[in-house]
Structure formats: C-alpha cells, structure tokens
Design a protein. Structure first.
Length: 203
C-alpha cells in the first residue's frame, strides 16, 4: 500500500497558543542561562534549543535585549508569586510574616541558581534595561511596604526608606548565597533579623 498525503503517519502536532509558546521560550531561555551562561543566550540559540524557527523567536522578543528583559521580569515575578502563595496559606502575625518574607526572598534567589543575577549582569550598561531593573526593584520595595505596613507603626515615608534598604540587603544576601559565600539558612536568619529590626524600631 502506498502512502498518500491523506494518510496519518503519526500523531498530530499540537500548536501552542501564543502565551504557551512565550512561556516555553522563557523556560528554554532560563535553561540556556543555567546550562551555558547568559552570553550564550541569543535568539538564534533560543530557536535552536526550543526546536522552532528563528522568525518565531524574533516575533516574540524582537531583540536579544528584549529577550533578556522579559526573562528577568519573568524570574522576578516568580519571586513575588512565591511570597504571595505563601501568604495566602492562612493568616499570619508579624513574626510569621517577617519569616516568610525573608525565607521567600532568599530562597527564590537560590532556586534560580544565579540565573537572575547572570541575566541582570548581561543587562547592565544598557539605559533602557537599567530602567527596567529599577522598575522591578521599585516594585519589590512597594511589596515590602504593603506587606510590612500592617505590622508596624512606622510612618509611610520612613517605612518606604527602610524597605528600600531591606530590598538592597536582600539582594546582597541572595548574591552571597548564589556565590557560595553564605549558607542559605544563615542568610534567611540574618535577613529576618534585619526586617524585624526595621519594623520594630521607632522613627
């Protein structure tokens, strides 16, 4: 029997929705950074590893800088979502909130295996990218303010300044964990102490 165009020779290929394809590409980009380093992350390499054509990759991200920015946003969103999910599991007093905030912030950095830092370093020096990085840091500060505000009597302006400092400290401690200069458990413990001190001290 001869094979014709009408005969099915294998299972049909399921086309991904645009959102599903974008997530697949971001997951693949993350894997490239983890396995090969941020310098190897190009749209061509992404297309090859994802098993798609280059035009599809370019349709989603247009430029390598655009890909790096979106990957960094995605990794940062995971951090916020992890904390949101943890907080949603029951009600929490101040001590529990501080502990969850410290643990989630440090653990997310460790879970990415330094991928977020590698991507951030690759974005350094680009004015547009720097604006995005600052935007994400500002969003983290506002998250800290919203989470810690109900658990302290510090006025809004000084609380925001303290949260700026706390986010900076969290980034530094996370980097120390990723670089192997600090144990993850120790970083979480120290970070929780810093957060507790920030919300307990009077203005």
């Amino acid at each position: 029997m001869t094979t014709t165009d009408e005969q099915v020779t294998g299972p049909p290929v399921r086309r991904l929705t645009r959102d599903a394809r974008r997530r697949q590409l971001l997951e693949t980009a993350r894997a490239i950074v983890r396995d090969e380093g941020a310098d190897r992350l190009t749209l061509g390499r992404l297309a090859s590893r994802a098993g798609i054509s280059k035009p599809i990759a370019y349709d989603h991200f247009a430029t390598r800088s655009g890909l790096l920015v979106e990957l960094y946003r995605w990794l940062d969103t995971e951090k916020v979502q992890s904390f949101t999910d943890a907080m949603a599991r029951g009600s929490h007093g101040r001590a529990d909130t501080v502990g969850l905030l410290a643990e989630t912030y440090i653990d997310c950095a460790a879970d990415t295996g330094g991928e977020a830092y590698a991507v951030g370093a690759a974005l350094a020096g680009n004015e547009q990218s720097a604006a995005v990085l600052q935007e994400l840091l500002d969003a983290a500060v506002q998250m800290f303010v919203a989470v810690l505000g109900p658990h302290c009597d510090v006025p809004p302006a000084p609380l925001e300044r303290r949260c700026v400092a706390l986010v900076g400290a969290g980034e530094a401690l996370s980097a120390a964990v990723v670089r192997g200069r600090c144990r993850q458990a120790d970083a979480v413990e120290e970070y929780a102490r810093l957060i507790s001190a920030a919300v307990a001290a009077p203005d």
